[in-house]
Write a protein that binds this ligand. Structure first.
Ligand code: FES
Ligand SMILES: [Fe+2]
Length: 465
C-alpha cells in the first residue's frame, strides 16, 4: 500500500493500524490537469473550445456576473438582442459591469457612463471632450459569444484560432428537444469530469446507498473501459444481467475536453429497449480551481421517456442526486453526487494519495488521455480553426446509450459473463461503424436498432447454450 513520506531524511513509514500520524501530509493537487487559469496548459487547451458560460434565461434586463476559468466576466443581452461576454471591470477605472445598464446597443458602465459594444468597441465616453481619442484607440476586453439551445457559449481562446461552433450528432436526433440546466459544484472540474468514467459509483451512491436511481443500477456491472480508436476520447461499456432473461448494456462516451454524455437514469426496466441515446450532455466548466459550473442540456421528447424535464434550469434538474442540499444534516443523511465529488480531498483531487482499484481503470485512462493531449501527442484532439474548415464543422459522434435485450442466463456463470462482454463490444462497434456510415440521425438509429435486433437473435442462441 502506498504511504507518504514525512521527510526525505526519515525512512518511509509503514501503513499501519492507528497510523494516521504517519500520513498527515496532504500533497498538492496535480496542477497539470486541475489548474485552468490563463497560461496554464489545461486552461489554454480548454480555451480553444467554445464553452458554455450561463443559461440564456439568466440574461434579463440586468447583466450577469460570471467567472470562467478564473476570469471575471459579465454576460448580457443588449436590447437589440446581441449577446456579449466582456471582461467584468470597466476599462476606464474598473467598476464592475455587473452594475452596468443594458442598453439598446451594448452595456453602459454605471460610474461615468462609458458604453461598450458586445465586441469590445467603446461606443461612447460621454464625460470626455468631444475630441477625445480614447475610444478610437482602445477596445474593452470581449470574447465572441453565441446562444445555442438556451445556453450562452463563449470562445475564450486566441482570436485567430476560433473554431466553428461544434456540431454533435445528438443535436440532430429526430424529435429531440433540449432543456438547459446548470448546477454550480464546489470542487475542481476534473473530479466532475472523471465521474463519468466511474459507472461503479451509480451502483453504490445512486442505488445501494441512496436509491436515487432504479433498482437495476444496484447490480454490479461488468465494465470494459477503453480509449476510442483515435486515442482522444474515452468510453465505458457496462453489462448487467438484471434477471434470468434480461441483459442491460450501457455505454458512456466522454470527449475532450470536457464533454460528458450521460445515458438515461429513467425507465430502464422495460425490455426490450434498443439504443436509447444520451439524455444529458453536460460540461463541467471551471469557474476557478475550486469551483465548477456543471452546465448543459437534458434532452427530452418521445425518444427520452421518464422524469419531468420541466424541472431543469438554473440550479435544478429532474435527475435525482445532483444538486446541493442546504441543510447540513440532510446532506449527511442523503449525500449525492454534489457531496461525493465536492468533498473529494476537500474539493480538489489529490492523485498521489489515491488508491485506485480495478473499478478505476477508466479514471486512469481518462487522465492519461488528457495528459497525452497536453503533451502534444494527440494533435487531432485540438480544435481546428474555422479558417481551415471552409465547409463547416464535421459531425461529432456520440456513442452513449442504453439497450436492454431479452437474453436467457447461460447455465455456466463464466460463459454468461464472457458472452456479455462479447455482446457489449460488438454493440459498441455497431454504433461506431454506423455513426461513420450515416450522418442522418434517423437512418443511424434505424440501422443500429436493426443490427441490435440481429445480435439479440444471434446471442439468444449462444446464451441458451
Ligand atoms: S469606471 Fe466605468 S466609466 Fe468610469
Ligand atoms: Fe452520479
Amino acid at each position: 500500500m502506498a504511504v507518504r513520506e514525512i521527510s526525505p531524511d526519515k525512512p518511509e513509514p509503514k501503513s499501519q493500524r492507528y497510523g494516521a500520524y504517519y500520513i498527515r501530509q496532504i500533497p498538492p493537487p496535480d496542477p497539470y490537469l486541475t489548474e485552468t487559469g490563463p497560461g496554464t496548459p489545461m486552461g489554454e487547451y480548454m480555451r480553444r473550445f467554445w464553452q458554455p458560460v450561463c443559461l440564456s434565461e439568466e440574461l434579463t434586463d440586468l447583466p450577469k456576473a460570471i467567472k470562467i476559468m478564473h476570469e471575471d466576466l459579465v454576460a448580457f443581452r443588449d436590447k437589440s438582442g446581441e449577446v456579449g461576454v466582456l471582461q467584468r471591470y470597466c476599462s476606464h477605472r474598473g467598476t464592475s459591469l455587473e452594475y452596468g445598464v443594458v442598453s439598446e446597443k451594448g452595456i453602459r458602465c454605471c460610474y461615468h457612463g462609458w458604453l461598450f459594444d458586445v465586441d469590445g468597441t467603446i461606443l461612447e465616453t460621454p464625460g470626455e471632450p468631444a475630441e477625445s481619442k480614447i475610444k478610437d484607440n482602445l477596445f474593452h476586453g470581449a470574447y465572441p459569444a453565441m446562444e445555442y439551445h438556451g445556453i450562452v457559449h463563449a470562445y475564450m481562446g486566441p482570436p485567430d484560432l476560433i473554431p466553428h461552433f461544434p456540431r454533435y450528432d445528438i443535436f440532430e436526433i429526430p424529435g429531440a428537444e433540449f432543456a438547459p440546466l446548470s448546477i454550480p459544484y464546489e470542487n475542481n472540474w476534473l473530479q466532475t469530469y472523471e465521474n463519468h468514467q466511474d459507472p461503479f459509483h451509480s451502483v453504490f451512491l445512486h442505488q445501494r446507498i441512496m436509491q436515487h436511481f432504479e433498482e437495476e443500477f444496484g447490480v454490479l456491472p461488468q465494465v470494459h473501459f477503453a480509449v476510442t480508436d483515435d486515442g482522444a476520447s474515452n468510453r465505458n461499456t457496462s453489462k448487467r444481467r438484471i434477471d434470468d432473461e434480461t441483459v442491460w448494456v450501457r455505454i458512456f462516451h466522454i470527449l475532450p475536453v470536457n464533454d460528458t454524455f450521460l445515458p438515461s437514469t429513467f425507465q430502464l426496466s422495460g425490455a426490450p429497449l434498443y439504443f436509447q441515446r444520451t439524455f444529458h450532455f453536460r460540461r463541467p466548466v471551471p469557474i476557478d480551481d475550486e469551483n465548477t459550473l456543471f452546465i448543459g442540456w437534458r434532452l427530452h421528447g418521445d425518444e427520452f421517456p421518464g422524469g419531468d424535464w420541466t424541472l431543469n434550469g438554473a440550479g435544478t434538474t429532474d435527475m435525482d442526486g445532483q444538486t446541493k442540499r442546504f441543510d447540513y444534516e440532510e446532506t449527511q443523511r442523503f449525500p449525492d453526487d454534489w457531496n461525493a465529488q465536492g468533498s473529494q480531498w476537500g474539493g480538489v483531487t489529490r492523485h498521489s494519495i489515491e488508491h485506485l482499484g480495478k473499478t478505476d481503470i477508466g479514471i486512469a485512462l481518462s487522465r492519461r488521455v488528457l495528459k497525452s493531449i497536453l503533451d502534444g501527442e494527440l494533435p487531432h484532439a485540438w480544435p481546428v480553426p474555422a479558417s481551415e474548415q471552409p465547409d463547416g464543422p464535421p459531425l461529432t459522434k456520440v456513442y452513449s446509450q442504453d439497450t436492454l435485450l431479452k437474453l436467457p442466463r447461460h447455465p455456466d456463470p463464466k460463459v454468461d459473463s464472457q458472452l456479455m462482454h462479447d455482446l457489449g463490444e460488438e454493440m459498441t462497434q455497431v454504433i461506431v461503424d454506423s455513426a461513420e456510415q450515416f450522418e442522418d440521425q434517423g437512418a443511424h438509429q434505424e440501422n443500429v436498432i436493426a443490427r441490435f435486433k440481429e445480435l439479440e437473435i444471434e446471442y439468444r442462441e449462444k446464451f441458451a447454450g
